[in-house]
Design a protein around this ligand. Structure first.
Ligand SMILES: Cc1cc2nc3c(=O)[nH]c(=O)nc-3n(C[C@H](O)[C@H](O)[C@H](O)COP(=O)(O)OP(=O)(O)OC[C@H]3O[C@@H](n4cnc5c(N)ncnc54)[C@H](O)[C@@H]3O)c2cc1C
Length: 285
C-alpha cells in the first residue's frame, strides 16, 4: 500500500508528503494562517534498533528545520517508533537525546499515547524527562478509566497534557465503550485541565466537545493564551478556520513520511464516510 501511487492519492488528504521538505512546506502554509504545527514523522512499532535510530535522526533534522525556517512548530513522536518494543533502555536513550536537543533550542516534544499496554511506560518516561528538561509533554486518552488519576498526577507536576478521546481498540476492562461515556469523560477531563493544568491542548474535531470547552473558558474567564486546540491535518478544515478567526489558538498535527498506512487506516476507521469521500475523489480524477 505504502508504495502504490493510487494509495498515495488517497492518503494525501491526511499526510503532508513523503519527505521532511514537504512537511516544512505544509507547515509554512499552515503558519501563514496563524495556526501552529506539530510535526509527526510517521512510523510505529519498528522492528530493529537501527530503524529506531533512523526515526530519531529524522526528528533531530526536523527540529533543525523548524529552527532554520523559523516555523511555529514542535514535534510529536511515538515510543514504539523509538524502539520501546525492543528495549526500554535504548528507547529512553533515543528519546532523551531528542528531548535534550529540543530543550537546547527552546522547543518541545510531545510523546503521543499508544495502546493501553504502553501507558505506564510512557508516563514514566515523560515524567522523568520533564523533571530533567521541562521540554516534553504527555497525551491522555479520555476513553481510559485511569485517565482522571493520570491527569491529576501530571497537573501536580506541571506537565503539559494533550487530551484526546483515544484512537485504539481497547477492552471493556480498561476503557469506556460507549461514545456518550467517552464524551462525558472528555468534558470532565477538559475542565480539570483548564482549571489545574499547564497549557493544556484540547485535541478534538467534535463540535460538541469544542462548544463545551468554549463555554467553560468563557464562564471561568480563562485567557486565550492559557490553552490551545489541536486538530489533525486535513480534518474539519471549516472548524479549524472558525476557531482561528474567533481568536483561539490552534495547532495542527502534520504527519509526513512513507510509513503512513497505520495512521491512515485509523483515520478511516474513525469515520467510515471517509472511505466513500476518498473513493469519490479518486474516481473523479
Ligand atoms: C492533534 C491530535 C493528536 C492526537 N493524538 C493522539 C494520541 O496520541 N493517541 C491517541 O490514541 N489518539 C490521538 N488522537 C486521535 C484521537 O484520539 C481521536 O481518535 C480522533 O481525534 C477522533 O476523535 P474526535 O475527538 O475528533 O471525535 P469523534 O467523536 O471521533 O469525531 C467527532 C467529529 O469529528 C470529525 N472527525 C473525527 N475524526 C475524523 C476523521 N478521521 N475524518 C473526518 N472527520 C473526522 C467528524 O465530523 C466527527 O463527527 C489525536 C487527535 C488529535 C486531533
Amino acid at each position: 500500500m505504502e508504495t502504490s501511487s493510487v494509495a498515495h492519492k488517497l492518503s494525501e488528504r491526511f499526510v503532508a508528503g513523503d519527505s521532511l521538505q514537504t512537511a516544512v512546506e505544509a507547515s509554512r502554509r499552515v503558519n501563514a494562517d496563524g495556526t501552529r504545527v506539530t510535526l509527526d514523522y510517521l512510523g510505529e512499532n519498528v522492528h530493529s534498533l537501527d530503524e529506531a535510530l533512523v526515526s530519531r535522526d529524522m526528528y533531530l533534522r526536523s527540529l533543525e528545520q523548524i529552527s532554520s525556517n523559523n516555523l511555529d512548530a514542535n514535534v510529536s513522536l511515538k515510543l514504539t517508533q523509538f524502539g520501546m518494543d525492543l528495549s526500554e533502555d535504548a528507547c529512553r536513550q533515543n528519546v532523551r537525546e531528542l528531548v535534550c536537543a529540543a530543550a537546547k533550542c527552546g522547543n518541545f516534544v510531545r510523546i503521543d499515547m499508544e495502546s493501553s499496554e504502553y501507558t505506564d511506560r510512557t508516563l514514566r518516561l515523560v515524567t522523568d524527562l520533564h523533571a530533567e528538561t521541562q521540554s516534553c509533554g504527555a497525551v491522555i486518552q479520555a476513553y481510559l478509566f485511569r485517565s482522571e488519576k493520570d491527569i491529576a498526577m501530571l497537573c501536580e507536576r506541571g506537565i503539559r497534557v494533550r487530551l484526546c478521546k483515544g484512537a485504539y481498540l481497547e477492552p471493556a476492562a480498561v476503557a469506556f465503550q460507549k461514545k456518550n461515556d467517552v464524551d462525558a469523560s472528555f468534558v470532565r477531563l477538559t475542565r480539570k485541565l483548564l482549571s489545574d493544568g499547564t497549557y493544556p491542548a484540547i485535541a478534538t474535531h467534535d463540535e460538541r466537545m469544542i462548544e463545551a470547552t468554549l463555554e467553560f473558558v468563557k464562564t471561568n474567564r480563562i485567557a486565550h493564551d492559557r490553552f490551545e486546540f489541536q486538530m489533525l491535518y486535513g480534518i474539519r478544515r471549516d472548524l479549524q478556520k472558525r476557531l482561528v478567526a474567533d481568536g483561539y489558538r490552534l495547532r495542527l498535527y502534520i504527519p509526513f513520511g512513507e510509513a503512513w498506512y497505520p495512521y491512515f487506516m485509523r483515520r478511516l476507521a474513525e469515520r467510515p464516510a471517509n472511505v466513500v469521500f476518498l473513493a469519490r475523489n479518486l474516481f473523479r480524477e
